[in-house]
Design a protein around this ligand. Sequence first.
Ligand code: AMP
Length: 143
Amino acid sequence: MTVGIILQGKGSDVITARGTTPLRDICSTLAEKGIGAILVTDAADHIEGIISERDIVKTLAAKGPEALNLPASNVMTTAVVTCGEDDAIMDVMSKMTSGRFRHVPVLRDGKVVGLISIGDAVKYRIAQVEMEAEQMRTYITMT
Ligand code: AMP
């Protein structure tokens, strides 16, 4: 199963912000949309970084509430690991596990076409395991 299958199910809407967006507004967007991370992109839609709730917690713990006025560019992770629509979901899950992050943007020709979370990947993996178990049960009862 590939990343493209997940995008077919959840769509390719990706919430983005500019590097100049204050952290306070990033927090509002995360809360409003019920998401855990936001991509920071430039005017040409190229990825500049990613900010997750973990970055915000870490920054607030270190700098206090004044940090809410900092621009997103001060808080984001800039070395963003990405994937393509044809990548296997298992490979993306491996990237998440080894890199210790839970979000991976999906690129097509350098442009963002989606964002996969660990929740999306686990949901599809469970569906796949259940389907394999059902096939196994059918096979056993027919032999
Ligand atoms: P997360 O588990 O996604 O909340 O993120 C944990 C940490 O990894 C945070 O510092 C994020 O900025 C960073 N991070 C999240 N996604 C990625 C990614 N795809 N590539 C690199 N770093 C990431």
